[in-house]
Design a protein around this ligand. Structure first.
Ligand code: ACO
Ligand code: KIV
Length: 564
């Protein structure tokens, strides 16, 4: 990179529009949408789409709800020409959908374009020529007047070819390509000259499309340019003012949104931002940005994943996992505090009330995504995420302090393995840590008697593989059992729940115990169809885990004292 980039690059000159009004506007309704997936999107592919692929995208766009679809540059290739013919001849265009096609302002290409459209019920013919000083000088070698003549000649030809085919309901669109780099007074003059030829009416409006062919400035400058044109265009009432943003600086979305505030009625773009270079503006993001403001965009992305997979297959371009609203990871939180807040937010969210879930601007289910992917656990995660996955997939709702303890176990495993943990991995680790903590004590059977003055517990257990029988009294089975164990165990906390799925057993018991020989409390878990058995298993799980923390000598001494 240069140390002094100013020697090579010039800043964009801001528009003199001190009385600009767009900053005070609020978008209250969707624009007219024009999908150019089959034209600008297609021309930017490594391998342009075949007729079959184009047809799949066309049908997808119709199903989503697009009413204006730019389907081809028919004079560019036989595939594009044939595709337009196929749509018309096979009557594949629904009555409420209008196809649009693009042509350069060249006589042969315009004639071929009209040929492609013969027999169409409705069509928008879109003509363009670049208007910026650089293009006038370098590409066309035409000064201002001759550039206007090029556009006007094309506009006249379009008018006469359309007149020769009154069976089609024609609409015309003009784009001063490279608009963002064009002097505004010249952009106005050339658009007005074209409009004068077309003589638009309220019934048959013309479309003036202002392209950010290359995005060269911040979105506010584009908005100023659009507002300036909105104020200075002739026939404004009879014109649909359209914008066509590219994303070279990464601000295509913002620019298209500000442009609507500045007077644009229509937005051209592609699904997921396909298109030349960095892409056209992403219509899915624009639409869902509106939706999350409570405005229905008129486009249906209820099954966004299906849309994404079809687009990926047809364009052969992958969608980034962090792409707004659709990426595989956009409804996923890995980090602990995010997971915790999402879990609490989802639990607090009441049906029919405004959506208020932290970190999730959109309810994933509205676009056909599930909560499954919302929380994923890796080394950045905390207890909230772990608890969320176990609750969601195993109906395992753990007491808070057990969550904290288990999250340390998970963290340690994660540090060792260095990879993401699925809910199945977590369940396996949970089983291993708590349910398979069966040494030195292993439960065999028990007999609980509470029909006597002093209720009693007799239990058969294996201690280091040797069967022993223990007995104790207490005011409940757990109390009696810990007395029988004779290890000075105090039960700090006990919880039992029923488990409906994810396990063959139907009751889970969780205990937290403390003893004089442990420096901190320890948890245990038991699962069994009998709640009493589950609770005894939980106590043994906690005791075994606690004993596991001791040096073996101390452990042996303790057991010898208790069972000598
Ligand atoms: C910003 C955009 O996305 S605009 C759309 C761009 N899309 C495409 O270009 C995809 C389809 N294009 C094509 O297949 C081809 O370019 C064709 C078939 C249209 C034309 O091909 P060719 O006749 O070989 O011309 P080529 O593409 O090289 O275009 C250059 C010529 O067209 C002229 N030209 C370019 N754009 C325009 C225009 N909008 N109006 C009039 N003339 C134009 C140039 O001045 C140049 O003329 P010259 O040969 O006299 O110097
Ligand atoms: C033809 C025009 C609208 C275009 O694609 C562009 O300028 O990017």
């Amino acid at each position: 990179m240069l140390r002094q980039p100013e020697t090579k690059y010039r800043p964009v000159v801001p528009v003199a529009l001190p009385d600009r009004t767009w900053p005070n506007q609020v978008i209250t309704h969707p624009p007219i949408w024009l999908s150019t997936d089959l034209r600008d999107g297609n021309q930017a592919l490594i391998e342009p789409m075949s007729v079959e692929r184009k047809l799949r995208i066309f049908e997808l766009l119709v199903a989503i709800g697009f009413k204006e679809i730019e389907v081809a540059f028919p004079a560019a290739s036989q595939t594009d020409f044939e595709f337009v013919r196929k749509l018309i001849e096979e009557e594949r265009i629904p009555e409420d959908v209008t196809i649009q096609v693009l042509t350069q302002a060249r006589e042969d290409l315009i004639r071929r374009t009209f040929e492609a459209l013969q027999g169409a019920a409705r069509a928008i013919v879109h003509v363009y020529n670049a208007t910026s000083p650089l293009f006038r000088r370098v590409v066309f070698q035409r000064e201002r007047q001759r550039t206007i003549e090029l556009a006007v000649t094309a506009a006249r030809l379009m008018r006469s070819l359309a007149a020769a085919h009154p069976e089609t309901e024609w609409r015309f669109q003009y784009s001063p390509e490279t608009f963002t780099a064009t002097e505004l007074d010249f952009a106005r003059d050339i658009c007005n000259a074209v409009l004068t030829v077309w003589q638009p009416t309220l019934e048959r409006k013309a479309i003036i499309n202002l392209p950010a062919t290359v995005e060269v400035a911040t979105p506010n400058i584009f908005a100023d340019q659009v507002e300036w044109m909105h104020r200075h265009l002739a026939y404004r009432e009879q014109v649909v003012l359209s914008v066509h943003n590219h994303n070279d600086r990464g601000s295509g979305i913002g620019a298209a949104e500000l442009a609507q505030m500045a007077g644009a009625d229509r937005v051209e773009g592609c699904l997921f931002g396909n298109g030349e270079r960095t892409g056209n503006v992403d219509l899915v993001t624009l639409a869902l940005n509106l939706y999350t403001q409570g405005i229905h965009p008129g486009l249906d992305f209820s099954r966004i994943n299906e849309v994404a997979r079809t687009v990926e297959e047809c364009t052969q371009l992958p969608i980034h996992p962090r792409h707004p609203y659709v990426g595989d990871l956009v409804f996923t939180a890995f980090s602990g505090s995010h997971q915790d807040a999402i879990r609490k937010g989802l639990a607090a969210q009441q049906p029919g009330t405004p959506w208020e879930v932290p970190y999730l601007p959109l309810d994933p289910t509205d676009v056909g995504r599930t909560y499954e992917s919302v929380v994923r656990v890796n080394s950045q995660s905390g207890k909230g995420g772990i608890a969320f996955l176990l609750e969601q997939d195993y109906q395992l709702s753990l007491p808070r302090r057990l969550q904290i303890e288990f999250s340390r176990v998970v963290q340690q495993a994660m540090d060792e393995q260095g990879r993401e943990m699925t809910s199945a991995d977590l369940w396996q680790l949970f089983e291993q840590e708590y349910l398979q903590a069966t040494a030195p004590f292993k439960y065999v059977l028990h007999h609980w008697r509470d029909d006597v003055v002093q209720p009693s517990m007799m239990a058969a257990v294996e201690l280091e593989d040797s069967p022993i029988t223990i007995e104790g009294n207490g005011n409940g089975p757990i109390d009696a059992f810990v007395h029988a164990l004779n290890l000075g165990v105090r039960v700090h906390h006990y919880e039992e729940r029923s488990l409906s799925q994810g396990s063959e057993a139907d009751a889970i018991a969780c205990v937290e115990i403390a003893t004089d020989w442990l420096t901190s409390p320890v948890h245990g878990v038991g699962i069994h169809s009998s709640i009493v058995t589950a609770s005894l298993l939980a106590v043994l799980s906690a005791v075994n885990r606690g004993l596991g923390r001791l040096p073996s000598e101390q452990r042996q001494q303790l057991l010898a004292q208790a069972y000598s």
